[in-house]
Design a protein around this ligand. Structure first.
Ligand code: G
Ligand code: G
Ligand code: MN
Length: 319
């Protein structure tokens, strides 16, 4: 085992400073040392104590810790639709943070801080719990006859949590939700961080009957060897490729290839970020299984999505 240290140094100059202030300065310097490649030291620069990305990140971490405890997290849900029939197949849960001053924040504003600080475990547990509780509520709303499937995003660090399968099983059992109703979405980057450990965790989860999806497919660097070994049920084709469908020849080829790859592996393909009717028709022609995007609906709060479901049933909309 190789142990290394990143060291942050702060100097107390004169009087009037507090112990907390000094530690905070040292921590800021430590983050800077980590940022410049780890295994080195950095001296705190008093001139840059209240701005800059490191301080901002520390502030976000502190606020997020408080926000999670104060119940400021929300889930929005975006529908996924079966392309051939237009039927609602399920939803993807997407986390939001209702910040008291900054308004409704998207994951881009706080996931990095959550992931880097370990708060991701509390956040991820809340998301799983809330999404599964909501999944248990929706079939009772009586929309399609089939349960509304629930997809939840997992981060790299959640995947390496040895208790993950336990936490998932426990939540499903408590809410009386069938494992096959749940899909866990993982990015290629998360899968490839430690493929052997991921394989063990995914095999355990898949053994429970939970579905597994590779998110943002095509943007990471998953090895096809591993993809073949992982017990995956679905590929989500990244919206950057779907965007150029029907207009850009290269994008169309990539999407077609992803769909063929999924089907050759015996799994389903979902297109993300479908915004236009032309894209929908192109995907239908390519035999893509499912679609998700603004063409159908943006991510919505649970109540609004319930309205969306009943309106859609009522209209019998063909798309
Ligand atoms: O629509 P939105 O801006 O919410 O999504 C941005 C990204 O944040 C998505 O790519 C998604 O993978 C990620 N994300 C959203 N919700 C969660 C969550 O609950 N957990 C994790 N790990 N990632 C999420
Ligand atoms: O990577 P992941 O699929 O988990 O993230 C979903 C992200 O894509 C969210 O940020 C969501 O708001 C966004 N999104 C969903 N549908 C569309 C769409 O049709 N167009 C665009 N541009 N973004 C979308
Ligand atoms: Mn996703």
């Amino acid at each position: 085992m190789v142990i290394s240290a990143s060291i942050g140094i702060a100097v107390a100059v004169g009087e009037g400073g507090t112990a907390e202030g000094l530690l905070r300065s040292a921590e800021i310097a430590m983050f800077r040392a980590k940022g410049s490649g780890r295994g080195c030291w950095a001296l705190h620069d008093p001139a840059n104590s209240d701005s800059g990305p490191v301080v901002n990140r520390l502030r976000v971490i502190g606020e997020l810790r408080r926000g999670i405890r104060a119940g400021e997290l929300r889930l929005h849900y975006q529908p996924r639709v079966e392309l051939r029939t237009g039927h609602l197949q399920g939803v993807e849960a997407l986390v939001r943070w209702q910040h008291p001053k900054r308004g409704l924040l998207r994951p881009d504003d706080f996931m990095e801080a959550a992931e880097g600080s370990g708060l991701i475990h509390a956040l991820g547990a809340w998301v799983l719990e809330t999404a599964i509780a909501q999944a248990a509520r929706w079939p009772a709303a009586g929309s399609t006859g089939r349960p509304v499937e629930m997809a939840v995003n997992l981060s790299t660090r959640q995947l390496s949590d040895p208790h993950l399968a336990e936490v998932v099983t426990d939540a499903l059992r408590r809410h009386g939700v069938a494992p096959s109703t749940l899909t866990l979405e993982l990015t290629e980057t998360a899968l490839m961080q430690d493929p052997d450990a991921a394989l063990d965790t995914l095999t355990a989860l898949h053994g429970l009957g939970v579905n597994l999806a590779v998110d943002d497919f095509g943007t990471g660097y998953a090895s096809l060897t591993y993809l073949q070994q992982f017990p995956i049920d679905e590929i989500k084709i990244d919206r950057s490729f779907v965007n150029g469908l029907a207009a850009d020849k290269a994008d169309s080829t990539i999407v077609a290839t992803c769909i063929q790859l999924a089907h050759a592996m015996g799994i389903r393909a979902l297109a993300e970020g479908v915004e236009t009717e032309a894209q929908r028709l192109a995907l239908l022609a390519l035999d893509c299984d499912q679609a998700q995007g603004y063409l159908y609906s943006p991510p919505l709060a649970a109540n609004d999505l319930t309205d969306w479901m009943s309106k859609r049933l009522h209209d019998q909309a063909p798309t």
